[in-house]
Design a protein around this ligand. Structure first.
Ligand code: ATP
Length: 360
């Protein structure tokens, strides 16, 4: 960690509402860092404080060791790409990108050279003379990114930049953003409520809820080792079952009683105690069907309630005791399963994660 950009106990309220609550965070140079969370969790407010559009009520923001907490936006080596692009409708693509350089009174030859480099980087050379209204959504988004990058910021802030685009274009633009990041190598801070975007783009992700960071980690860590119910259900899909520890087998392995389902073996990242309330998290793709004699595999009887063929998998909804479970099975099960079938589900103890209820 090189402490390139630091948020130190940053707090911001609007009236009674605490939008950002004592957030501390250190972002490395060149990192793609995402702020991920549901609507209203405070991620845009945090981003706006990095940009200088809002100032914290308390706490500090440091960039390369320098306190920038109250520095005005135009004095920060930081540029923002907004969700609605905020392009000038009456200016050409070229002039939109040139705008910041012209304000900075850069000479004509420099402006031309740098705008042309940006047009090439964002693959917009053929569209330089068009107005924004003549561009597709993805092209407009690329102009917005080029316009921010031309100022050579040290940090690029991206506020839900792909939210207005359809799914195919979003996937394409995500690949574009990864390529751009590789080429320019500067720090990206990316705000999104879409876990797929955050997972596919980021080195690290801060999952936020109600103004706080709930968990911070790489995509694999957040998916495989969520620390609580909120993260388990926000990052990917999870079957969540409430239960009580009835036996501690080792520091990592416990037996948990789940009402209406029976006893299940589960792993945990911290030692549990007998009687403790836990949430069990089981990913749908970790559930399979059939019989096994493996002692460390949980077995549950269930009835097929619903099936959705997704091409690469079959999403099944199953009734097990008082619980509804989702399982992602190989697609060929579509031919042999029917609603109402009685099946045996299996999921290993190592994929049954016990999360202390107090943290959920
Ligand atoms: P979204 O994904 O919906 O944009 P967000 O996680 O980015 O949400 P913020 O925009 O940071 O959330 O808002 C956090 C909280 O602060 C919300 O409750 C919001 O209503 C409130 N808030 C944000 N900006 C203002 C403002 N200028 N005036 C009053 N309240 C605000």
């Amino acid at each position: 960690m090189d402490d390139f950009l630091i948020f130190d106990r940053v707090t911001k309220s609007f009236g009674e509402a605490r939008a950002v609550n004592e957030v501390s965070l250190s972002i490395s140079q060149g990192e793609v860092f995402s702020l991920l969370g549901p609507s209203g969790c405070g991620k845009t407010t945090l981003l706006r404080m990095a940009a200088g559009f809002e100032s914290p009520d308390s706490g500090r923001i440091l960039l390369k060791g320098k306190d920038i907490t109250v520095l005005p936006p135009e004095k920060r080596p930081v540029n923002t790409v907004f969700q609605n692009y905020a392009l000038f409708p009456h200016l050409s693509v070229f002039e939109n990108i040139a705008f910041g350089l012209r304000v900075a009174k850069r000479n004509k030859a420099e402006v031309t050279r740098e705008v042309e480099a940006m047009l090439s980087l964002t693959q917009l050379t053929d569209h330089a003379q068009k107005r924004p209204s003549q561009l597709s959504g993805g092209q407009k988004q690329r102009v917005a990114i080029a316009r921010a990058l031309v100022n050579k910021p040290e940090v690029l802030l991206l506020d839900e930049p792909l939210a207005a685009l359809d799914l195919k274009l979003r996937q394409h633009m995500l690949a574009e953003l990864r390529r751009l990041h590789e080429e320019v190598g500067i720090t990206f801070i990316y705000v999104t409520h879409d876990q797929g975007e955050a997972m596919s783009l980021s080195n690290r992700i801060a999952v936020m809820n109600q103004g706080r960071i709930i968990q911070l980690g790489g995509p694999v860590e957040l998916y495989e080792k969520p620390q609580n119910r909120f993260v388990a259900s926000f990052i990917g899909d999870a079957n969540l079952l409430t239960g009580n520890v009835i036996e501690v087998i080792s520091d990592e392995l416990s037996k948990v009683q789940v009402a209406g389902l029976g006893e299940l073996l589960a792993v945990s990242h911290e030692p549990l105690s007998v009687g403790q309330a836990v949430e069990l998290s089981i990913r749908p793709e970790r559930i399979s069907m059939g019989e096994t004699a493996e002692a460390s595999t949980n077995r549950v009887e269930a009835l097929v309630d619903d099936m959705t063929y997704l091409g690469s998998s079959l999403r099944c909804t199953l009734i097990a005791g008082a619980h509804r479970l989702s399982a992602d099975l190989p697609p060929q099960f579509a031919a042999s399963l029917s609603k109402g079938d009685k099946v045996h589900l299996m999921f290993s103890a190592s994929h049954t994660l016990a999360l202390p209820s107090s943290l959920s």
